[in-house]
Design a protein around this ligand. Structure first.
Ligand SMILES: *Cc1c(COP(=O)(O)O)cnc(C)c1O
Length: 369
């Protein structure tokens, strides 16, 4: 079956048989993160000369890939992540999908891959969400997580930017990240491994960044920590990110609350949650600053009582407070290991917009259906 939108034609092949409502309800019980997938997925392929093909909606299922596909050998792979939320009136809206579409293009450019036009990204995701709307959960904190990705599919071992590429979008109903309430984490400041270096791929959302980070994550676990904190590759002093999330600090300066986050140096991932919280902070009457902050400053500001909170932010968990910082040079406790008031207010403000229980003054929400 083919349907037409104002942009282009879609090829639509629905799952047969469809998952029954009972089976769907069963699969959507005790949702964690990224373990359950909806019935359909999007595929769009790129071929030189022809360019982007038609957007295809297909039943979710395995891919057939030539074992020589370059993604399997040289790791040309990028991804995105954003969420669709069921609103109080039953509609479904996504949060800033245009920003993810833009970042997907930027990641593609860095990995020498073709750039998917932003309207196709957003419209294809809308088509998937509309088709699988029953897979958008409705309980507090739950959402449908969208995972666009692109892989290089040239079947050739010569090292070269792949000419053929495949874009996919998957949808995964996801539960509240902290089902038992937000709990501050313990972090390990990695002085052995780095995530990204100047001139590298740190600002691109690419698979390789994650592959290279897993050993440090394992080391953090070994030190009794939940997550790793990354330092800059050159000085090994300036804080960059926490795991796969951006990081933020709360200072009290002359009676003012100041939200500080590392500036985008090219080796940090420009998070959309980061950007949104910087704007929300100002709405809430806080100051917001983007600048470098060193580990020494982190420790000193905590000891002097100038820093009151620290937390990480990203689409999956929204805000994760940091309760304990461990490094080879010692250990600090933040805000008595409790979620601080600034993190709590920002979290509530952002979740309110996303779940449609608060107004959306910045026009961040995109109505799907
Ligand atoms: C995706 C990601 C983030 C967070 O980005 P959001 O757009 O806020 O989800 C931060 N750091 C890394 C390394 C990431 O991959």
């Amino acid at each position: 079956m083919t349907t037409t939108s104002n942009l282009q034609n879609y090829d639509i092949q629905l799952a047969d048989p469809r998952v029954s409502p009972e089976a769907r309800r069963e699969r959507m019980q005790n949702l964690g993160f990224g373990k359950v997938f909806s019935e359909h997925m999007i595929q769009v392929s790129y071929t030189p000369g022809r360019g982007w093909g038609r957007v295809a909606l297909k039943p979710y299922g395995p891919l057939v890939l030539d074992p020589a596909s370059s993604v399997l050998h040289y790791g040309q792979a990028i991804f995105e992540g954003f969420k669709a939320y069921r609103q109080p009136d039953g509609r479904i809206r996504t949060f800033r999908p245009d920003a993810n579409a833009r970042r997907f293009r930027q990641s593609a450019r860095r990995l020498a891959m073709p750039e998917l036009p932003e309207e196709i990204f957003v419209e294809a995701a809308d088509l998937l969400i509309r088709t699988d709307r029953d897979w958008v959960p409705s309980a507090a904190g739950e959402s449908l997580y969208l995972r666009p990705l692109m892989i290089a599919t040239d079947a050739a071992l010569g090292v070269d930017a792949s000419r053929e590429n495949l874009c996919l979008i998957l949808a995964s109903p996801s539960g509240a990240y902290f089902p038992k309430g937000v709990k501050p984490v313990t972090v390990w400041v990695s002085d052995e491994y780095v995530r990204a270096a100047p001139g590298g791929t740190g600002a691109a959302k690419c698979a390789g960044n994650y592959a290279a980070s897993l050993i440090a994550q394992a080391q953090a676990k070994g030190e009794g920590c939940d997550q790793v904190v990354w330092l800059d590759a050159v000085h090994r002093r300036y804080i960059e990110e926490m795991g796969g999330m951006n990081i933020m600090f709360v200072y009290k300066e002359k009676g003012e609350t100041v939200l500080v986050t590392p500036e985008l140096t090219g080796s940090l991932l420009p998070g959309i949650t980061r950007l949104s919280l910087l704007e929300l902070a100002q709405d809430l009457g806080f100051k917001a600053e983007e600048r470098r902050i060193s580990v020494e400053e982190w420790g000193a500001a905590l000891l002097e009582g100038r820093m009151t909170e620290a937390f990480a932010c990203g689409t999956a968990a929204v805000i994760t407070p940091i309760g304990t910082v461990k490094s080879r040079n010692g250990q600090w406790i933040i805000n008595n290991r409790e979620t601080g008031p600034v993190a709590a207010r920002l979290r509530e403000a952002l979740l309110g917009i996303q779940h449609g229980t608060a107004p959306d003054p910045h026009g961040w929400m995109h109505t799907v259906c």
